[in-house]
Design a protein around this ligand. Structure first.
Ligand SMILES: O=C(O)C(=O)C[C@]1(C(=O)O)C=C[C@@H](O)C=C1
Length: 365
C-alpha cells in the first residue's frame, strides 16, 4: 500500500467510527422526540395535539447556527439539523403540507426548506385552495408566496387574510434563480416561444429584452407548467427553477437570468393555531382606519413611540367600499410582548377593525 492509500484507509476508518456515533446519537434524539409525542398526547387526552412547534424549531436552529464550530457553515449545519428534526417530527406525526403547486414550483422548494423533506407535501392549483385545505383540516399547514424582492407583494395572498380565520405561523425566504430551459430532445431547434409564469417573466424582463428580443412570451399558471410544456413542445423553452428543470429533464441554455442577483421570494406558513414567542419574532396585522385626515399618522405613531420596528406596510383596497383601504403591517415583536400589547391596544382604539394575523419566528434558514 502507498502512503496515500494507508492514510486514506485510516481516515475512512475514522469516518466510519464517527458515522456510527452520529447514527446512535440521531437514534437517541429520535427516541426523545417519540417520548415528547407521548407526553403531549398524555397531557391533552382526546384533544388536538400540536406536534409541530415552530417556536421550538426556530430556537433549535438558531442555537445550532450560533454554536456551530465549523468548518461547515452555520447555514449548512442548520440545514442538516432541519432534516433531522423533520424526520423526528414525522415519527411523532407525519405532517401534511399544502402548497401552491404544481410539483416543481418555488413554493414547493420553500415548503421543503422550511419543514424538511420528511413531510407529505400536497400541491394545490391556487392560493385560495391552499387556504381552504388548511381551514378544513385536510392539511396541517400551508405555504403561499407573499412577496418578491423584484416584483413586490402577492396581493392575492394578502387579500385572503381579510376573510380567512387562519394564522401566520412562520415565514421562509428563498433565493430565486431562473434559468432558460430546453428539452435535450429538441436542443437543435430554434427557440420561437418561451413559457413562464407572469412573475418570472417580470423578474427576467431585461435579460429577455437583451438576449431573446422578439421571441414570443407565453404566460402560463406556474413555472412547473412552463417546464412541462417545454419538455413536450419542440421549438419552445421555459423560464423556471432547478426543481422544475430536474422534474422535466430540461437542460439549461442560460442560468440565473433574473435581472437582480438578490432576487428573493418570501413565503408564509399558514396554520390554525397561534404560535408562542420564540424570542425573535415578527407579527402581522390587518387594520382598517376611518377615512379622515391624520389616520395613517395615528396608526403608525404608537409603533414609533414604543420603539417597535415596522418591516412592511402595504395598502389594499377594502372589500367593504370604494376608496376605503386596509393596511397590512408587519412589525418586529410578538403579541405576548408588553410593548406590542400596548401598541395594539392603542391601534385598536383608533381602528375601524384590527385583525391579528399572527406572531411567528423570524425566518432562520
Ligand atoms: O420539542 C418538541 O415539542 C418536539 O416535538 C421535538 C422536535 C425536535 O425534533 O426537536 C420535533 C418537532 C417539533 O416541531 C419541535 C421539536
Amino acid at each position: 500500500m502507498s502512503d496515500e492509500q494507508t492514510r486514506l484507509a485510516e481516515l475512512r476508518d475514522e469516518i466510519d467510527r464517527i458515522d456510527q456515533k452520529i447514527m446512535e446519537l440521531i437514534s437517541a434524539r429520535a427516541n426523545c422526540a417519540q417520548e415528547v409525542a407521548h407526553v403531549k398526547m398524555a397531557a391533552n387526552p382526546g384533544q388536538d395535539v400540536f406536534f409541530y412547534r415552530p417556536e421550538r424549531e426556530a430556537q433549535v436552529l438558531r442555537r445550532i447556527k450560533e454554536q456551530n464550530p465549523g468548518p461547515l457553515s452555520g447555514e449548512e449545519m442548520a440545514r442538516l439539523f432541519r432534516e433531522i428534526m423533520s424526520a423526528c417530527l414525522a415519527l411523532e406525526k407525519p405532517m401534511h403540507i399544502a402548497f401552491l403547486g404544481p410539483i416543481g414550483t418555488f413554493t414547493q422548494a420553500a415548503a421543503l426548506k422550511h419543514f424538511g423533506h420528511s413531510v407529505i407535501s400536497v400541491p394545490l392549483p391556487a392560493i385560495d385552495a391552499v387556504f381552504r385545505e388548511v381551514e378544513s383540516g385536510a392539511a396541517h399547514y400551508g405555504v403561499v408566496p407573499v412577496e418578491n424582492s423584484t416584483e413586490g407583494m402577492i396581493n392575492h395572498t394578502l387579500d385572503m387574510f381579510m376573510s380567512s380565520p387562519l394564522k401566520i405561523c412562520g415565514e421562509v425566504q428563498l433565493r430565486i434563480h431562473h434559468h432558460l430551459l430546453v428539452s435535450p430532445k429538441h436542443a437543435d431547434q430554434e427557440i420561437t416561444r418561451i413559457y413562464s409564469h407572469q412573475q418570472s417573466f417580470a423578474q427576467c424582463r431585461q435579460w429577455l429584452d437583451t438576449h431573446r428580443y422578439g421571441v414570443e412570451r407565453v404566460t402560463v399558471s406556474s413555472n412547473a407548467e412552463a417546464a412541462r410544456r417545454a419538455a413536450a413542445e419542440p421549438g419552445t423553452a421555459a423560464i423556471a427553477g432547478d426543481m422544475a428543470a430536474e422534474l422535466y429533464g430540461l437542460d439549461m441554455v442560460a442560468s440565473s437570468i433574473e435581472d437582480r442577483p438578490d432576487n428573493t421570494t418570501r413565503f408564509l406558513i399558514i396554520g390554525r393555531e397561534a404560535v408562542p414567542a420564540s424570542g425573535h419574532d415578527k407579527s402581522s396585522i390587518l387594520v382598517s382606519m376611518r377615512n379622515k385626515p391624520g389616520a395613517l399618522y395615528k396608526l403608525l405613531e404608537p409603533f414609533h413611540r414604543h420603539g417597535i420596528s415596522l418591516t412592511r406596510i402595504e395598502t389594499r383596497p377594502s372589500p367593504s367600499g370604494t376608496w376605503a383601504y386596509v393596511f397590512y403591517i408587519d412589525f418586529e415583536g410578538h403579541v405576548e410582548d408588553e410593548q406590542v400589547r400596548k401598541v395594539l391596544a392603542e391601534v385598536d382604539e383608533e381602528a375601524v377593525e384590527l385583525k391579528r394575523l399572527g406572531s411567528y419566528p423570524i425566518g432562520v434558514l
